[in-house]
Design a protein around this ligand. Sequence first.
Ligand code: GSH
Length: 199
Amino acid sequence: MSMTLYDKPECPFCWKIRLLLAELDLNTEIMHYHAVGQEAIWQRLTPNRTVPVLTTPDGAIYESDVIVEYLEELTGRLLPKARSERIKARHLNKYSDTKIGAGLREVIFEKRDKPEAKWDQGRINKGIALFNQALPFLEEQLGDNTFFTHDYSLPETALTARFALGERYGVTIPAEFPRLREWFARMKARPSFGLTKPW
Ligand SMILES: N[C@@H](CCC(=O)N[C@@H](CS)C(=O)NCC(=O)O)C(=O)O
């Protein structure tokens, strides 16, 4: 089956999908959305003008949550089997995009493409504080388990991409969250991380 992912390497939504595709071992062409000759094609595929966009034999999908559901329907291997665990996986995916994303966005948008002398340290500190406030819930949801649900699943892909982008911009998980730190180290050791990281 032929699929193409229109992608921006540092986009957390795209990285989540790249991780899913790598973990599911689905052979997909990865196309930078601004690659020569591709931008107009990508624009025709999405009314939102965002990435990721996945072209599939069933049509183009231009919302990452819809891509996730499609890949689950296709493979049945993406979400946990138990209904309660599926709810947890979906909730954590949303939590990653909203609560974890909110703090990181402040830091990344402030630091990206700006010389350090021009950084607004107040905005950066506010972002880090928001990020840190979102961590106790995740530490509690993880508990002593290897994964957030019984096996590697959607929360792993969503949170790995967010945490790794944060780390790239100097935001790390504080020592008071040891289980989360160990979990993140395990995620970075997986082949899918090396295969999909943008740098
Ligand atoms: N709700 C969308 C959000 C996607 C999104 O915001 N993508 C950003 C990059 S992270 C984007 O495409 N921005 C336009 C651009 O970078 O040109 C989804 O989940 O797919």
